[in-house]
Design a protein around this ligand. Structure first.
Ligand SMILES: [Zn+2]
Length: 40
């Protein structure tokens, strides 16, 4: 399981912040559910 940036939809391995656009709004990568979480 990984994380996906809510803005650019790229995969995030660290799960804390998007390394591409810097967004902290990330989605948990799950088969049937994407839960939005914030690290603020
Ligand atoms: Zn991003």
């Amino acid at each position: 399981m990984g994380y996906i940036c809510a803005k650019c939809k790229k995969k995030i391995r660290e799960g804390l912040r998007c390394t591409y656009c810097g967004s902290r709004i990330i989605l948990k990568e799950r088969p049937n559910l994407s839960k939005e979480i914030s690290t603020d």
